[in-house]
Design a protein around this ligand. Structure first.
Ligand code: TXA
Ligand code: MG
Length: 321
């Protein structure tokens, strides 16, 4: 582990973004707002900078990082781009979709970014601060979620400081993240198959139907995620609040912090109107609150398994594992 750093949290105005760009240019670590969760960014073309991300997070080195790019043209420099990638990117970039493609030979990326895989995960984020930063620095930014490995993802600058203070150079505060769960990860295989590696804000089935007129489930070559080698970070235990989590709870014990949904009230309610988009945006905030509470256990109300509810339940299952 590297020595203790002084972490400054700064509101992300033009001056702060320029300062962040200078820190990144020199190989430093900056936590940045995105529309999903806060990311811990470093230049993706530097082995030392990327190694510093793994060290600060305590992240296992077999778990590859997402490379954030300006646009599709930038993504072509690092991947074997395809017509399918082009269509998918045209529909969803900038936005909360990560595309996994074969790595381009000689791509100017540190080896550790892809953890030795022959594929690369690429995302063009929509958050104006990230867009401004990417336009300023010129190089791609490797950025996992800005939390200590295995812990709850951050949707505010305060969540970032809670686990990474003293380990990174700067937190760019861009306010609370809008969508609140991490990007959908879609692998586009060379033989044409689509594989959803992580559910998120973009519905892969609906996207496929929109582009090709048929849903993903109607295709014979669709692979279901095995969660083993291709999605090494999709580990059973993740987003863990450090105490037992009980799911699908419609009633609560006195020693449980209750995360409610819709008319199941709770100590923290994901959405009183039962709106899943709101619930996704509030999920990690409620988990942080639950983790900080004096109650030794957490119970969570049932969440419908449709739309972004799939992503919420995926994260909750890992928080409970
Ligand atoms: O919304 C997001 O995607 C956020 C923001 C910061 O962009 N980032 C994020 O990063 O969630 P992280 O590191 O927490 O999750 C990245 C996931 C991991 O599960 C990792 O295993 C997977 O992406 N991944 C990265 N490269 C991959 C590859 N080549 N093949 C398969 N999975 C990959
Ligand atoms: Mg993460």
């Amino acid at each position: 582990m590297s020595g203790k750093k002084v972490t400054q949290t700064v509101w992300a105005d033009a001056t702060a973004i320029a300062q962040a760009a200078a820190i990144l240019d020199q190989g430093g670590l900056v936590a940045v707002p995105t529309e999903t969760v806060y990311g811990l960014a470093a230049r993706a073309d530097s082995a030392e900078a990327v190694a510093a991300i793994y060290a600060a997070k305590g992240r296992p080195d077999f778990n590859p990082l997402i490379v954030h790019v300006r646009d599709a043209d930038h993504a072509r420099q690092f991947s074997q781009w395809s017509d399918a990638a082009d269509l998918v990117a045209r529909h969803n970039w900038p936005g909360p979709l990560t595309i996994v493609l074969p790595l381009r030979e000689g791509a100017p990326l540190a080896r550790a970014v892809t953890a030795g895989l022959d594929t690369v995960a690429l995302r063009c984020p929509a958050h104006p601060v990230m867009q401004q930063l990417l336009a300023t620095v010129g190089f791609p930014l490797a950025a996992p979620s800005a939390n200590v490995s295995g812990y709850i993802s951050p949707t505010t600058a305060g969540h970032v400081s809670a686990t990474l203070d003293g380990r990174i150079d700067m937190v760019l505060d861009g306010g609370p993240a809008r969508s609140g769960v991490e990007s959908t990860i879609l692998a586009l295989r060379t033989h044409g198959a689509w594989e959803e590696l992580r559910p998120g804000p973009i519905d892969v089935d609906a996207l496929h139907r929109h582009i090709y007129g048929v849903g993903l489930s109607d295709r014979a070559d669709t692979e279901t995620s095995s969660g083993t080698i291709e999605a090494p970070g999709q580990m059973a235990s993740h987003y863990a609040p450090g105490k037992p989590v009980r799911l699908g709870a419609t009633e609560v014990a006195p020693d449980e912090f209750y995360i409610g949904f819709h008319d199941l009230g709770g100590d923290c309610n994901l959405s009183r109107s039962g709106e899943l988009g709101t619930a996704a945006a509030r999920l990690y905030d409620c988990l942080h609150e639950a983790a900080a509470s004096e109650k030794p256990r957490i119970a969570v109300a049932p969440i419908p398994e449709n739309g972004i509810g799939r992503a919420i339940n995926d994260r909750l299952r890992r928080a409970a594992a």
